[in-house]
Design a protein around this ligand. Structure first.
Ligand code: F6P
Length: 537
């Protein structure tokens, strides 16, 4: 791909350090900043100057980015391998928004589905909808996996102070321990189970769903299933076959990808826990970011800048990973959420037409909240042999905690960004050790161990507080970053064929755990199975 080749060749001429960039350009800190939808992106600590940025913008302009962005907003079927539109933006839209597919507005049905989910959620919260014994629901268990779990789970943690309804729990893993440990603490009389699955065929979710059904019906009888279950799905037939009534089924559409579905009825657990007003505020923040992404010029467009910076490191410098480090404990599942959003979207090896790519696509996304990471893997970030760009996420104010802790948290964040960028030279370290009374030979021996090379890039993504609006905007910013990168890499960001083979192999292998015969599989798998069965109690 020409654009990626160009980026690679521009990067070969890059020879400036962050220290030099700041020294030679006093206005850099205030100029390399973008703002929109309540977020501030400080990208001054990156290996960029105005000339490089201009070339990256040129590359974007030379791509089909503008047309494809317009096509996404117009509801065109840009997910070509599945022949689907990509319209999660409509889920946070208003009636006046003109989102539609095949010339037909989707907004009336989006709003109707949202209103139905809100009405059900309010009924649960107010105690109008109760369990079969007439008791109000105190606990809601969302059974789902991937996009049907990570989004609602992450948001429920991020907005925890706003939970004023029933408690919410999330079960995803087919490992029986997960469901067991959640249900062990709950009372079937007062528990509502949500089966969240776009397809309603996902093995793990269906396995756990049937176990939960047995848990309810064994105590309350089969008729209780109708009162204690609801489904969030596009597969109405399969939901009916499971035994959930249409009135308890909250649908969405094939143009909502699983990893982009938290805005849909997949967010029902959040609506129940926090109420429709908070959920509306969450949607409105995302809507603001959609408008920012659609309308802001590239040099003040947060998702575009995030995307270009990521491509610059990935394809210009071959950097393999991207760390997401929120200095906000309540975002502790945010990097796991982004792992699915980014890696399932852009972890692709063929272009949109199916041709093999000869350049790298999505890096590995990983991360943990600060300050915990500082006492674990930051050693590598500061002194390891690889450079890993960082997204620091931080808030000016904390919700429900004391100012003192928050200042300490933020001081840590800014200090880490500063230390990564500017480091500390061997010479300075050496002089400091001499001043502290070390001998010349000890100082010489230790100086290189204690040197910080610096020049390690990071973004600061800042907001006033982790409000529902800002969280919505933050997630939407990453969604649009992923979209933009997908265009530049020329991949289809909205399919996920790479998950299929493992699922099929599991279905084929499952009977071998009973029969002991895995002869259709490799000798390696046969040996592992033999050992597992031999050790089985
Ligand atoms: O297998 C991957 C995947 O399809 C994800 O894309 C999706 O979020 C997850 O499984 C769950 O799918 P469903 O909502 O259909 O159960």
């Amino acid at each position: 791909m020409i654009l990626i080749d160009e980026i690679a060749s521009i990067s070969k001429q890059w020879n400036q350090t962050l220290t030099a960039l700041f020294k030679n350009d006093p206005g850099r800190a205030s100029r390399f900043v973008a703002e929109g939808a309540g977020l501030r992106l400080d990208y001054s600590k990156h290996w960029l100057d105005s000339a490089v940025l201009a070339k990256l913008f040129d590359a974007l302009e030379a791509s089909d980015f503008s047309e494809t962005r317009a096509a996404m907003f117009a509801g065109d079927r840009i997910n070509t391998s599945e022949n689907r539109a990509v319209l999660h933006i409509a889920l946070r839209g208003e009636l006046t928004d003109n989102f539609g597919v095949d010339g037909c507005s989707v907004m009336p049905s989006v709003i109707q589905a949202r209103d139905q989910a809100y009405a059900f959620a309010e009924g649960i919260r107010e105690g109008t909808f109760v369990g079969i014994t007439g008791e109000a629901f105190t606990d809601v268990v969302n059974i789902g996996i991937g996009g049907s779990d990570l989004g609602p789970l992450m948001v429920s943690e991020a907005l925890k102070p706003m939970i004023d309804g029933p408690r919410v729990h999330y079960v995803s893993n087919v490992d029986g321990a997960h469901l067991h440990d959640v249900l062990a603490a709950l009372n079937p009389h007062t528990t509502l189970i949500l089966i969240a699955s776009k397809t309603f065929t996902t093995q793990e979710t269906m396995h756990n769903a049937y176990k939960a059904k047995r848990w309810i019906s064994s105590v309350l009888g089969e008729p209780a299933v109708a009162e204690h279950f609801a489904a969030l799905s596009t597969n109405i037939g399969a939901v009916r076959a499971f035994g959930i009534a249409d009135t308890r089924t909250f649908g969405f559409w094939d143009w909502v990808g699983g990893r982009y579905s938290v805005w849909s009825t997949i967010g029902l657990s959040l609506m129940i826990a926090m109420g429709s007003e908070i959920f509306d505020r969450f949607l409105s923040g995302a809507r603001e970011m959609d408008r920012h992404f659609r309308d802001a010029p590239a040099d003040n467009n947060i998702p575009i800048l995030m995307a270009l910076i990521g491509i610059w490191y990935r394809n210009g410098f071959g950097l393999d990973t991207q760390a997401i480090l929120p200095y906000e404990q309540r975002l502790h599942r945010f990097s796991a959420y982004l792992q699915q959003m980014e890696m399932e979207s852009n972890g692709k090896r063929v272009d949109r037409a199916g041709n093999s790519l000869d350049y790298d696509t999505c890096p590995v996304i990983w991360g943990e909240p600060g300050t915990n990471g500082q006492h674990a893997f930051f050693q590598l970030l500061h002194q390891g042999t690889m450079v890993c760009p960082v997204d620091f996420i931080l808030t000016a104010n904390s919700i429900n905690t004391d100012h003192e802790s928050h200042s300490l948290l933020n001081a840590n964040c800014l200090a880490q960004a500063e230390a990564l960028a500017f480091g500390k030279s061997t010479n300075t370290i050496y002089e400091e050790m001499l001043a502290d009374g070390l001998s010349g030979s000890d100082a010489t021996r230790l100086a290189s161990h204690r040197t910080f090379p610096g020049n390690r890039p990071s973004s600061l993504i800042m907001m006033d507080a982790l409000t529902p609006e800002n969280l919505g905007a933050l997630i939407a910013a990453y969604e649009h970053k992923v979209f933009t990168q997908g265009i530049l890499w020329n991949v289809n960001s909205y399919d996920q064929w790479g998950v299929e083979l493992g699922k099929a192999q599991c279905n084929a292998l499952r009977p071998s755990f009973e029969s002991g015969d895995a002869s259709k599989f490799s000798t390696s798998t046969q040996e592992s199975l033999r050992w597992l069965l031999e050790k089985k109690y």
